[in-house]
Structure formats: structure tokens, C-alpha cells
Write a protein that binds this ligand. Structure first.
Ligand code: PEP
Ligand code: MG
Length: 570
């Protein structure tokens, strides 16, 4: 039995066999073969194996997830048997002495680029299918050992070096009971997605991948941030009861779903949720969210081969606004960059992506992209209570320029006779220290602030939020961070604005008493943190927390602040 410590990224306990997810190298090195007949036979064998796999996956998906989801595999089967693809592959083998893998890879690349340049969205999406099918056949031709995360069909815990947000999105909750990675921090986007999928996760373990063999029994303790490999029967029993206690606690919290969030001394604060897709709204409502405090729209731009059209965006925003039935929805404009890439924009690689060409910086440069999003948002505004927020604002000029573009699009829509709500609040994320320091000036021009501590902490402490080696510097409770948070809240209140927080700190049980004391108006967090936060706040007096926060601001270290908060014995 071996215990490895990591970072608790998503609450809960999972117990299941390990499944190592390693992305293989599909580069084709051998281009020429001596015996075309043997290559044709290899091709046929790989195609037949792929066919069997796809049929099995399709059948299983049909039984478990329904017809709609199974259609994907039906189209993969059609590609696998398509003579338009296979005839040129076979020709290349016979006439050019190509290896089966080279012939397939080259031919499918031509089809992929052709599909990608098609006008019809349907045909463009076929490029992704062609890529998936090619990888499946290449896996056999190259003798690789790889299972697509979407193909997992037994209860497992996924172990990986890292998971991209799109890998995470593909995980099927029915089978993937938990995951753990070598790298990443609590605020890396795969961790954030794990919380919205409610899959227990531990990230940043540094070397769990090399310590585990596929099939080993694993416990992922997403409450304390540890991974146990090959536990004894007693340890498994111990963690089963920890898991059951956690599940019971969740049932208890559910009783607070319809209750407003009020402190012991009667002060109401708003508990909102962070979402990545319109589907996440179900979780927000199930967990009693009083609004959406952050809709990360960039996920709408990811996992596709080109920018989403105005119509695609309009429908997504409208869906969220309608489902929230008049409750506030803060939509953040595109925040691409950092750990969120858009391969189809073909942006040059940067030395420091978190400090680079991202979010509003990119939008002010690629105004075409920005204007489309603003138009879609404005058109959707009549379907609910929309608030728009710009990410990564570093200067007043950036805010003014982004606001001017919004107003221009609003005027254009008015000229076209398209209705736009007249009560859209416009705010900014405060996630860059320059903006926190200058919050008094910003407060004169914005309707609200939402403090993005995930980035604010990394920029203030100069500690990459993704890098587990410097995670000790990632200190939400450092008095330096608390002072910045106070500056922002006070500046907002002085001008009669509201201040929220949508970084992960807003849902952190140690931070909540301090944030309540500092006067935060809106706390936006993973949906699953809302009910525990509501329960916690109901037991705290805001007046007492104000005194606690004042003391915290005068401490020297984060440890001292933590000790102070623990001292109130909640
Ligand atoms: C933040 O920086 O705190 C934030 C909420 O934005 P993201 O995590 O998407 O960078
Ligand atoms: Mg951010």
C-alpha cells in the first residue's frame, strides 16, 4: 500500500481499479514497405479489429446512453467502410509501395483538410470523425496501446499525466469514478470541470502515473487530496465509510436548496454558480444557486474546428438565460489563452501564455470575433437577466474600448430593429493586480466587479496556477491577497456598486468567513459548493466576521490567518 499526497481538486471519495490514460505518438515513421500484399493484409486486419470495437461501443452506448449518443459511432462505422477513403489507401499501398499506416495517414489527412474547408457545418464536423477513426486504425497498425477516454466502459479511476479540459468533458460519470493527475492545481480548468461533473479528483501528485499499474486498486480521496494505491481490505472499508458519510452530508445539505442565504445576524448574500456550458444550469438549480456568477463562454469555442457562429452563441446564451428564469446570469466574454487553447486560431506559441495574448487582449485585436459574441449576447439579453463581464482587464482604456464596441453593436441592432434589454449590467473581472489597486477609478465606470482570485493570486504572488512546484505560493489567505480583495469591495461600495467573487476562493470554507466579513455581496462557485457554503454562512454572524477580517488583514502570514479562522471553531 502506498499513499501519495496531491491537491484536493474535487470533493468525494472514489474506490476503483486504475486506468492509465496515456496519449500515444501517432507519428508514422515507416513510409515504405517491400511487400504490398502483406501491407494490404495488415490494413484489412486493422480495419476488421476497428470494426469489431466500434460495433461493440455502439451497442453499449445504445443500451446505456441512448440512440442520439450512439449515432456518433454509426458515422464512424460508415467512414471505416467508405470506399472513397479505402480505395485511394489501397492504391497507394499497391502502386507506391507505401506502408499501410503511411497510406492511411496521408489519405485521411487530405480528407480532413477537405472537410475542414467545407461550407456546410455538418461536413466540417466530419473532419473530427475522420480524425478519430484514423487514430483508431493507426492504433492497431502501429501496435499502440490506447483507449479513448470516451470508450471507457468499466468502473475505473483515470490516472494521467494531465487531462485537458476536453478530455475531462469526455469522461463518462457512469464509469469514471474519479481521476488523479501528475500535474495541475486546484484552479486548473480540468479540476474546475471535475467539480462541475461531480467526479472526485486529486491533481498535482507529481508522480502518481509512474507508481500505478493499470488494474491496481486505487482510492482517490478528493476531500483531503490523497491517493492510495493497493489499499488493504481494512483501508478500503475505512474509505467506504468516509465516502458514505460524505454522501449523507450531501443529502443533509440538499434541505437548504430553496432557502435564501442569510447569515446568523440576518444579512443576505448571494450564492451563485460558475458554469461552462448550458447543460451545467441543471446542476445550478439542483444545488439552489441564486444566479450564475460566471459563465465561462470559452468552452463554446473549444472542441470544434472553427469559431462558433452568432446563431450558435445566441442559442447557448438564450438557453442559459431562459433556464435561469430571471435570476441574474453573468456572462464572461471570451477568455481564451493560458491553459485554454483554440487550435483553429493558429496563434503562435508563447513563452508565458498566462501573461500573454489572452482574453480581452485577443478580443480587442480580433474585433471580428468579439463583435460576433457581443451581438449574440445583446440579442439574447431579452430572454432573462443578463450581465456582461470582460475578463483580464488591466487598464481603464481596455475597459473603455471594450465598452465602446458593445455600444456600437447595440446601436447597430437598434438600427436593425432588433430588441435589446435596457437593463444589462456591465462589469469587469478583477484578476490583475493593477486593476485591484485602481479599483476606486474603475468603480466610477463599471456596474460591478467580480474578483477572479484564480488569476489574481497567481499574478500577485507570481506563482503559476498550473505549476504544482510553486503551489505553496498559491496562497488565498495571504494578507496581501485579503488586502487587495478589501480594496476592491470597498471601492465598489463607495460608488454604490456591488462586488462579487468568481474565483475558487469564493467557495472555500476557510475563506468564506473572511469574505463575509470583508463585505462581499456575491459569492460565485462550483454548483456543488453552494449548499455547504449556505449552511456555513447561516452559522456565522457578519458583524463578528467583520472583526475577524480586520484582524486577518493585520496578520503577517497565510498560516496565521488560517489559525485565526480555525479559532472561531465553526
Ligand atoms: C479567475 O481567474 O479567478 C477566474 C474565475 O477565471 P478563470 O479561472 O477562468 O481564469
Ligand atoms: Mg481568470
Amino acid at each position: 500500500m502506498l499513499k501519495i499526497d496531491g491537491i484536493a481538486a474535487s470533493a468525494g471519495v472514489a474506490i476503483a481499479p486504475a486506468f492509465k490514460l496515456e496519449h500515444p505518438d501517432y507519428t508514422v515513421k515507416n513510409k515504405n514497405a517491400a511487400d504490398p500484399a502483406a501491407e494490404l493484409a495488415r490494413l484489412d486486419e486493422a480495419l476488421a479489429t476497428s470494426q469489431q470495437e466500434l460495433e461493440a461501443i455502439k451497442e453499449r452506448t445504445l443500451q446505456e446512453l441512448g440512440e442520439k449518443k450512439a449515432e456518433i459511432f454509426e458515422s464512424h462505422l460508415l467512414i471505416l467502410n467508405d470506399p472513397e477513403l479505402l480505395t485511394p489507401v489501397r492504391d497507394k499501398i499497391s502502386s507506391e509501395n507505401a506502408t499501410a499506416e503511411y497510406a492511411l495517414d496521408e489519405t485521411s489527412k487530405q480528407f480532413i483538410s477537405m472537410f475542414e474547408n467545407m461550407k456546410s457545418a455538418y461536413l466540417r464536423e466530419r473532419a473530427a470523425d475522420m480524425r478519430d477513426v484514423t487514430k483508431r486504425v493507426l492504433t492497431h497498425l502501429l501496435g499502440l496501446n490506447y483507449v479513448n477516454p470516451a470508450d471507457i466502459s468499466e468502473e475505473v479511476i483515470v490516472i494521467a499525466e494531465d487531462l485537458t479540459p476536453s478530455d475531462t468533458a469526455q469522461l463518462n460519470r457512469k464509469y469514471v469514478k474519479g481521476f488523479t493527475t501528475n500535474i495541475g492545481g486546484r484552479t486548473s480548468h480540468s479540476a474546475i470541470m471535475a467539480r462541475s461533473l461531480e467526479i472526485p479528483a486529486v491533481v498535482g501528485t507529481k508522480d502518481v502515473l509512474s507508481q500505478v499499474n493499470s488494474g491496481d486498486m486505487i482510492i482517490v480521496d478528493g476531500l483531503d487530496g490523497s491517493v492510495i494505491i493497493n489499499p488493504s481490505a481494512e483501508v478500503i472499508d475505512e474509505y467506504k465509510s468516509k465516502r458514505d458519510n460524505h454522501l449523507r452530508q450531501i443529502e443533509e445539505w440538499k434541505k437548504l436548496r430553496e432557502v435564501p442565504t442569510v447569515s446568523k445576524d440576518g444579512v443576505h448574500v448571494e450564492l451563485a454558480a460558475n458554469i461552462g456550458t448550458p447543460n451545467d444550469v441543471t446542476g445550478v438549480l439542483e444545488n439552489g444557486g441564486e444566479g450564475v456568477g460566471l459563465y465561462r463562454t470559452e468552452f463554446l469555442y473549444m472542441g470544434r474546428t472553427e469559431l462558433p457562429s452568432e446563431e450558435v452563441q445566441f442559442n447557448a446564451y438564450k438557453t442559459v438565460l431562459e433556464k435561469m428564469e430571471g435570476k441574474p446570469v453573468v456572462v464572461r466574454t471570451l477568455d481564451i489563452g493560458g491553459d485554454k487553447e483554440l487550435p483553429y486560431l493558429d496563434l503562435p506559441k508563447e513563452m508565458n501564455p498566462f501573461l500573454g495574448f489572452r482574453a480581452v487582449r485577443l478580443c480587442l485585436d480580433r474585433k471580428d470575433i468579439f463583435r460576433t459574441q457581443l451581438r449574440a449576447l445583446l440579442r439574447a439579453s431579452t430572454y432573462g437577466n443578463l450581465r456582461i463581464m470582460f475578463p483580464m482587464i488591466a487598464t481603464l482604456d481596455e475597459f473603455r474600448e471594450a465598452k465602446a464596441l458593445l455600444l456600437e453593436e447595440q446601436e447597430k441592432l437598434a438600427a436593425e430593429g432588433i430588441a435589446v434589454s435596457d437593463s444589462i449590467q456591465l462589469g469587469i473581472m478583477v484578476e490583475i493586480p493593477s486593476t485591484a489597486v485602481l479599483a476606486d477609478q474603475f468603480a466610477k465606470e463599471v456596474d460591478f466587479f467580480s474578483i477572479g482570485t484564480n488569476d489574481l493570486i497567481q499574478y500577485t504572488m507570481a506563482a503559476d496556477r498550473m505549476n504544482e512546484r510553486v503551489s505553496y505560493l498559491y496562497q488565498p489567505y495571504n494578507p496581501a491577497i485579503l488586502r487587495l480583495v478589501k480594496m476592491v469591495i470597498d471601492a465598489a461600495h463607495k460608488e454604490g456598486r456591488w462586488a462579487g467573487m468568481c474565483g475558487e476562493m469564493a467557495g472555500d470554507a476557510t475563506a468564506i468567513p473572511l469574505l463575509l466579513g470583508l463585505g462581499l455581496d456575491e459569492f460565485s462557485m462550483s454548483a456543488t459548493s453552494i449548499l455547504p457554503a449556505r449552511s456555513q454562512i447561516s452559522k456565522l454572524s457578519k458583524a463578528e466576521m467583520k472583526a475577524l477580517a480586520e484582524q486577518a488583514l493585520e496578520q503577517q502570514t497565510a498560516e496565521q490567518v488560517v489559525k485565526l479562522v480555525r479559532g472561531i471553531g465553526q
